[in-house]
Design a protein around this ligand. Structure first.
Ligand code: NAD
Length: 294
């Protein structure tokens, strides 16, 4: 019988631990907040007295903690996970932290002869409750296979992204996208409202275009990702329309900060002679600048 240690029973960790219990695993749990521990103990888990104690007797030890400094202390502190982990056990850090720090943790664990996987999660706390998280995993094939049944109690989509650190990297890329899109969403709705448009109407209109459907789902697979730079909508036209939005926003006192931040990408592509190419050719231009292609 696999025993899972779980450390960090907050908004995400508590429902994740509950789903591990529901999945039929035994659970040892630890949190610095005793109330958080009690509620999971009431659901059938055993309380541990420290991260080290939580790791002792566990085959898998999961961390779901606020930041990298706390993860480091919990893994390597005097009463940390490393001091309690059996040789066959696998530690999984599911927290969102800097990938470089994940690399350092993975290296330290390896040096100590212990197994480590990073597996941060996507989607929301509601998905943590329903067991439908997206889990982005970094680690060796063997380690990831060993922990997959436990991960499957918490998520319905498990993506093995590569070696240790790959999960942490995928998570930051994903969050960068959704977090910047949030700011653009604010600006679009604000521009609509200050122009006298009903924001619900604006939402409906944008849901039927690339604005709301997203480039990842629509234009990129149809154009630049298959090497087609023939203009469906040219960079020059997109540049003109971005200028129109910035000009429209001026008298309305709406700051289109992400709009202004996007402009240099268009300027650079036009300066490189790509104004007549499809707007997704912005990616081809950026890849060339990053030295990824000629
Ligand atoms: P949270 O603050 O609700 O929970 C963190 C828990 O860790 C708390 O219960 C806290 O008491 C405990 N803790 C703090 N220090 C500790 C220590 N030294 N030892 C043991 N326990 C300790 O945070 P959360 O929303 O559950 O997020 C956890 C992680 O998941 C974060 O890295 C976050 O970025 C990531 N995440 C959150 C969401 C979300 O929607 N909330 C979504 C995806 C990923």
């Amino acid at each position: 019988m696999t025993t899972v240690g779980f450390i960090g029973l907050g908004v995400m960790g508590a429902p994740m631990a509950r789903n591990i219990l529901k999945g039929g695993f035994q659970c040892r749990v630890f949190d610095i907040d005793p109330t958080a521990v009690q509620s999971i103990v009431a659901a059938g888990a055993k309380a541990a007295t420290s991260p080290q104690d939580c790791a002792m007797g566990s085959d898998v030890v999961i961390l779901m903690l606020p930041n990298g400094a706390i993860v480091e202390a919990v893994l390597f502190g005097p009463d940390g996970v490393l001091n309690g982990m059996a040789e066959h056990a696998v530690a999984i850090d599911m927290s969102t932290i800097l990938p470089g720090q994940t690399d350092a943790h993975a290296a330290r664990m390896k040096q100590a002869g212990r197994r480590f996987v990073d597996a941060p999660v996507g989607r929301s706390s509601a998905h943590a409750v329903s067991g439908q998280l997206l889990i982005m995993v970094g680690g060796s094939q063997e380690d990831v296979s060993a922990v997959r049944p436990v991960l499957e109690t918490m998520g319905d989509t498990i993506e093995h992204c590569g070696p240790t650190g790959a999960g942490a990297r995928m998570k930051i890329v994903n969050n960068f996208m959704s977090i910047t899109l949030n700011a653009t969403t604010v600006e679009a709705l604000l521009l609509a409202e200050t122009s006298g448009l009903d924001p619900e109407l604006a939402r409906r209109v944008m849901l039927s275009t690339t604005a709301g459907q997203g480039h990842m789902a629509t234009t990129y697979p149809a154009k630049v990702l298959k090497g087609d730079l023939e203009p469906g909508f040219a960079i020059d036209l997109a540049h003109k329309d971005l200028l129109l939005a910035l000009e429209m926003a001026g008298p309305l006192n709406v700051e289109l900060t992400t709009g202004a931040a996007a402009m240099p990408r268009y300027d650079a592509a036009r300066a490189a002679g790509r104004g007549g190419e499809d707007w997704t050719a912005l990616y081809a231009d950026a890849r060339r600048r990053a030295g990824l292609s000629k």
